[in-house]
Design a protein around this ligand. Structure first.
Ligand code: FES
Length: 139
């Protein structure tokens, strides 16, 4: 009888450990495969205007992809996809030049997304941007 109780206890422990191990493997896989949720259902991103440097750019995720908002020379804002239209590298902001540079093949883009040089075939995708009450809204 004692042997049966010990066997039952051992099998319960092994079964419990197997369930925990299966969950530990399944959770990251399911999380990776599941569609990403934005901050809200509309896919709109909001950024406090004070977080945008006066001569700089603020990068963020928009619909799961890199995007950037930048203040143009005239003071207005431009929101762009930060994905280079050549082969998909993420552009970086070059404050001294006031333009975006793709580190992969040297593509250059203006603050409105226009191609300034290098191999990119198209401008960076423009995103809708508005500002109200100190909040930048993209999307
Ligand atoms: S990927 Fe950007 S220039 Fe080639």
């Amino acid at each position: 009888m004692k042997e049966d109780e010990r066997r039952l206890f051992l099998m319960t422990c092994i079964g419990g450990a197997a369930v925990v191990a299966a969950g530990a493997v399944a959770y990251p896989v399911i999380s990776y495969l599941a569609p990403r949720k934005g901050k809200d259902d509309s896919g709109v991103v909001t950024i406090p205007e004070k977080e945008l440097p006066s001569d700089g750019a603020k990068f963020f995720q928009f619909h799961g992809k890199a995007a950037v908002v930048v203040r143009k020379m005239d003071g207005s804002l431009s929101a762009l996809s930060a994905v280079c239209t050549h082969l998909g590298c993420i552009v970086r902001w070059e404050a001294k030049q006031g333009e975006f540079l793709c580190p992969c093949h040297g593509g250059r883009f203006a603050t409105d997304g226009k191609v300034l040089g290098g191999p990119p075939p198209r401008p960076l995708e423009q995103l809708k941007v508005t500002v109200a009450n100190g909040v930048i809204t993209i999307g």
